[in-house]
Every structure is written in structure tokens, then in C-alpha cells.
Design a protein around this ligand. Structure first.
Ligand SMILES: Cc1cc2nc3c(=O)[nH]c(=O)nc-3n(C[C@H](O)[C@H](O)[C@H](O)COP(=O)(O)OP(=O)(O)OC[C@H]3O[C@@H](n4cnc5c(N)ncnc54)[C@H](O)[C@@H]3O)c2cc1C
Length: 375
């Protein structure tokens, strides 16, 4: 049955980004509705590994690195908040990440990274191969060219985090509607005043597109060229009652995350294949070869499932955050590519600041919609 709804802020997209914004708005008592075309968290968010890799993922200093480090620092407090509001545990694991060098070029890049990250005030320790294998066990890891240990890069379990954000936002008054797909914009005098869905129109004072890899498609109706496109990632989930190590091990083209529930997440490919999100044997065979080459003990672990999702890639690798010039009432929070879980905490915070007319706690110029959207 078709029915009409009104809300102050309408968030389109119930992945980790849309839900993190809803949580922040609900804390600020802003009336918020999230609509999601499938189930909450069912797309890129469900597929993600959950690394909070502010250091391991960044090759150079710059706005993305700053944003990542700022966001990572919000997680311990966020964890306490979610525990207090809804009793949900995001399964934050803090042993840190080893970024393992697999050849001499890799080693030199990591040693350079250690220097700039330390001078930027972060912890980053170098371990030679023999020390590394003493820590991890040489039956666990094969020979390496040394590794950079990043003790402050953590991980969460994505769906536990997402469900905690949803339950907490609901407890604070936010509303969520699944199986509700936005099919177009409601406009009046050039302003966005809501969206059309198959279940009827929804009017809103502000509309936020947090639609991940689909954001570019949705902009087309307004003749907006939003430079966000899908980048497929495939991973494997394995079972283990006792994961081979408590640390996350990250190397070229592959990473291994022991999860608190005993599972081991092995990720991830990076492929440009449009909106095809199906896992395939060739990519997964290559990934498992790389993982077993680094950590031979994985070979005997049974499969849980293959995983695939579409990361929201952006043209310059930075997320797109803020109001859309020339489209009053429309905002975008998307393009978080490989780091949407890491960046969800700061994205929720700054989008709440934008939407409530406050000074943002981070300079959003490098992430502005204006830099990238052609109107
Ligand atoms: C294999 C893999 C590993 C990853 N590992 C990590 C990691 O370790 N750490 C990290 O930080 N990040 C990681 N990421 C990236 C991270 O998962 C993404 O950046 C993040 O999930 C993006 O969140 P999102 O909410 O923008 O997108 P999504 O989770 O895709 O959510 C967007 C939502 O919008 C909905 N939607 C789209 N169109 C409409 C419409 N018309 N109407 C209503 N709803 C709509 C979709 O159904 C979807 O649920 C990984 C990603 C992959 C694929």
C-alpha cells in the first residue's frame, strides 16, 4: 500500500555510513528516517573485514590519513556508548596489525612509512623476520622481509558494529525502513524536498545519499556527475576454534584477520567489474594461494563461505562529504572505498555537524562535494 511520510532528515542507504549518521543525529535529537533497498548492512558493509586500518591502509600523509587517525580514535568511546545504550558489543579487537614485507621494494616502502608515521606522532615498530617469527611462530608464518607493527590499528566485527549502531539509534528515536528503494527525487523550485519510493513519497527537509557504490547512479536523475563507482572485493571466511594468531596480518594483496568468534577472515581482491557482486573461483583461488603462502597453517581450516561486495570507489580516492552545490536540501556521504568502517565514526560526527549547522570538527574542503561533482 502506498503511503506518504515526512521526516526532518531522510538518509537513503542503510550501510555503515548511513547508520552511523543516523546514530549521531538521533543523539542530537534530530528526527531521522533511514531507508534501505535491501536489508540494513547487506551490501559492502556486510562484506567488509572490519579493519580500523588508519595506518596500515595509508601509503602517504594527507587528508585521508588525518581523517582515518581521527576516526579510529573515536572507536573506544563509541564502543562504550553502544554497550551502554543497547548492550551491543562491536567486538573491538586491539592486538594490532603486522604489515608484512614480501620483497625488498615492499620493505623499503614500509621503512619509509614507519618514519613519516612516527614523525606524525603514531606508533609504528619494525620487526625483522626472525623476531616476527618468534612472536607468531614459524609454523604459523613463512619467511618474510620483516614487518611493520602498528599496535593502534584495530578491528571490529562489521555486522556486530552495524547492529549496535542501529539498535542504539532506534533507542534514541531514529526510524529504519528496509526493503524500501528510492526511485527518484521529489523537487520543488529546484530544491530537494524528499524522495520517491515504490511504497510512496517521503518528504524531508534534508536528504542524505549514503548509498555506497550506487551513489553515482542516483545522481544521474538530477544530471549530477557524482564520481563514485563500484569496486568489487572478494574474501573468504574460514572456521577455526583457535585462530593461529591474535594479530591481523596484512601484506600485498591479502590480509588475514582472526575474529573473536573463532572465524578467520581472509581478504580481499580489488576488481572493476561494474555491479556484478558475485564471488568467482578464479579470484578466490588466487587469494587463498596468497594467504596460504604467507600463513601455511590456514590450509587445513574449513570454509564458512565466500564473500563479495562492492566498495564505493571515488575518482581521487577520498570520500565525498557534505551539501551538493546547486541542489539545496541534498547531501552526500559516500565514496569511502576501502575504509568505510574505519571512517564511519568521523563521518557520522561531521555529517551531524553539517546537518545541524555547526562548525565541523574536521576541515571538509578536501572531501567537499564541490571538488568532484559536476553539476
Ligand atoms: C571485501 C571488502 C573488504 C573491506 N574491508 C574493509 C576494512 O577492513 N575496513 C574498512 O574500513 N572498510 C572495509 N571495506 C570497505 C567498507 O566495507 C565500505 O567502505 C563501507 O561498507 C561503505 O559503507 P556504505 O554505507 O557507504 O556502503 P554500503 O554498505 O554498500 O551501503 C550502502 C547502502 O545503500 C543502499 N542503497 C543503494 N541504493 C539505494 C536506493 N536507491 N534506495 C535505498 N537504499 C539504497 C544499498 O542497498 C546499501 O545497503 C571493505 C569492503 C569490501 C567489499
Amino acid at each position: 500500500m502506498s503511503h506518504s511520510t515526512e521526516t526532518d532528515v531522510l538518509i537513503v542507504g542503510g550501510g555503515v555510513i548511513g547508520v552511523a549518521i543516523a546514530y549521531e543525529l538521533a543523539k542530537a535529537s534530530v528526527q531521522t528516517l533511514v531507508i534501505e533497498k535491501d536489508n540494513l548492512g547487506s551490501q559492502s558493509t556486510r562484506a567488509g573485514a572490519g579493519m580500523l586500518g588508519a595506518q596500515v591502509e595509508m601509503m602517504a600523509a594527507g587528508p585521508m590519513y588525518e581523517l582515518g587517525v581521527t576516526s579510529r580514535a573515536l572507536f573506544p568511546t563509541l564502543r562504550e556508548e553502544l554497550l551502554e545504550i543497547c548492550g551491543c558489543d562491536m567486538e573491538l579487537q586491539t592486538p594490532g596489525i603486522f604489515r608484512v614485507a614480501v620483497n625488498e621494494v615492499d620493505r623499503q616502502e614500509l621503512l619509509t612509512r614507519q618514519v613519516w608515521q612516527r614523525s606524525a606522532g603514531q606508533r609504528a615498530e619494525w620487526y625483522e623476520d626472525d623476531e616476527l617469527r618468534r612472536i607468531l611462530g614459524d609454523d604459523v608464518i613463512s619467511a618474510t622481509y620483516g614487518a611493520l607493527y602498528l599496535p593502534d590499528d584495530h578491528q571490529v566485527r562489521n555486522m556486530a558494529f552495524l547492529l549496535g549502531l542501529v539498535a542504539s539509534a532506534k533507542a534514541l528515536g531514529a526510524q529504519f525502513r528496509e526493503q524500501t528503494s528510492m526511485s527518484g527525487f521529489l523537487t520543488e523550485n529546484g530544491a530537494i524536498v524528499g524522495v520517491h519510493t515504490l511504497n510512496g513519497p517521503i518528504r524531508a527537509n534534508r536528504v542524505v545519499l549514503a548509498t555506497g557504490a550506487w551513489t553515482g547512479l542516483l545522481g544521474r536523475e538530477l544530471n549530477l556527475d557524482i564520481p563514485i563507482h563500484p569496486v568489487k572485493g572478494q574474501s573468504l571466511l574460514l572456521n577455526s576454534y583457535a585462530p593461529p594468531t591474535p594479530y591481523t596480518i596484512f601484506t600485498h594483496g591479502c590480509y588475514i584477520l582472526p575474529k573473536r568468534n573463532g572465524q578467520v577472515y581472509v581478504g580481499a581482491t580489488e576488481e572493476e567489474s561494474g555491479f556484478d557482486s558475485r564471488p568467482n573461483l578464479g579470484a578466490l583461488a588466487q587469494l587463498s594461494n596468497q594467504a596460504v603462502g604467507l600463513m601455511p597453517s590456514l590450509a587445513s581450516l574449513p570454509f564458512v563461505e565466500p564473500i563479495a561486495g562492492l566498495r564505493p570507489g571515488s575518482r581521487d580516492g577520498l570520500p565525498v562529504l557534505g551539501g551538493v552545490p546547486g541542489a539545496p536540501g541534498l547531501y552526500i556521504a559516500s565514496g569511502h572505498f576501502r575504509n568505510g568502517v574505519l571512517l564511519s565514526a568521523i563521518t557520522g560526527k561531521v555529517m551531524r555537524e553539517v546537518l545541524t549547522g555547526q562548525q565541523t570538527s574536521v576541515d571538509l574542503t578536501p572531501f567537499s562535494v564541490a571538488r568532484s561533482v559536476n553539476t
